[in-house]
Design a protein around this ligand. Structure first.
Ligand SMILES: C[S@@+](CC[C@H](N)C(=O)[O-])C[C@H]1O[C@@H](n2cnc3c(N)ncnc32)[C@H](O)[C@@H]1O
Length: 265
């Protein structure tokens, strides 16, 4: 079976090779669901056409890109997190701190989101950070600003330390691939980098608690992304954050907006 959707600028062709594939009781049902899928894909392609008109050039050449292991390396401010992400950090902090409860943050970095979490006067703030240079250069000074607050730093990979923590009202996940292997596994093969953390987030949230992460989505959530969220969380809400992207951005993000997700257990 073959279906084609044409426009002036592109053509989408779907060939179903097995009769048993998408095979509801009636032929009309088969047509309806396949047509809908093609229509949706076509709308998506048109949205992508619009989005990419606003992409900045960026500096990373994906063809020759390699990531040297950065688990313990001394990094500059911008290597840890580029400034364009600051407005995003604010929205992400806001969505998980609404209950002002026990917050878990994975990846301290420059401490910018940690500042925003503290601004919400949360009950407790547990931070997991693997890079001891980040802890010495950024965390040690930062914690002196909040002497009366309940702040706990756990040094290590979340993969090795999370099990000993407990349950939280909010989880803020903002790490990056530490090496080439993580890049291939969690960036190339995933709908969002945080995908590998979804089951762990769900396990460490109290009922009704919320989880946020760098979504890798420009203006909405793909169906694949939504289905994945619904495997681990009972509901989610999203908001689109406009971004002022520098033309020479080094991160792998070029769009002028990003979606903030609040996934609720
Ligand atoms: C993008 S930065 C976080 C930026 C932070 N949100 C801020 O506002 O400054 C990512 C941080 O996650 C840490 N990290 C990366 N992978 C990790 C892992 N598996 N376990 C713990 N920390 C990790 C890195 O060392 C880095 O400090």
């Amino acid at each position: 079976m073959k279906r084609i959707r044409r426009s002036d600028k592109y053509q989408i062709e779907l060939t179903i090779k097995e009769d048993s594939f998408i095979n509801p009781p009636r032929a009309i049902q088969r047509s309806a669901v396949i047509n809908r899928a093609l229509k949706e894909f076509s709308a998506d392609v048109e949205a992508i056409d619009e989005q990419t008109k606003h992409f900045v050039t960026g500096e990373v050449d994906l063809e020759i890109r390699t990531i040297n292991d950065r688990t313990h390396t001394k990094l500059s401010d911008q290597e840890i997190m580029e400034d364009w992400q600051i407005p995003l950090m604010q929205r992400m902090a806001d969505v998980i701190c609404d209950t002002k409860g026990d917050i878990l943050e994975i990846g301290f970095g420059r401490g910018i989101s940690s500042d925003m979490i503290q601004d919400h006067h949360v009950k407790s703030h547990t931070i997991i950070e693997c890079n001891e240079q980040v802890i010495i250069d950024y965390f040690e000074d930062w914690k002196n600003k909040f002497t009366g607050s309940d702040i706990k730093i756990i040094q290590g990979l979340w993969q090795d330390t999370l099990a000993s923590t407990g349950l939280f009202d909010g989880i803020f996940f903002h790490t990056y691939p530490l090496n080439e292997e993580e890049y291939m596994k969690y960036v190339q093969e995933s709908i969002t980098f945080a995908e590998h953390f979804f089951p762990h987030a769900s396990k460490h949230l109290k009922k009704g608690g919320s989880f946020t992460y760098f979504s890798n989505e420009i203006d909405s959530l793909s169906r694949e992304h939504q289905r994945l969220l619904l495997q681990h969380f009972s509901s989610f809400s999203i908001q689109v954050v406009p971004l002022k992207m520098p033309e020479n951005v080094k991160d792998i993000w070029w769009a002028n907006s990003i979606v903030v997700v609040k996934a609720v257990k």
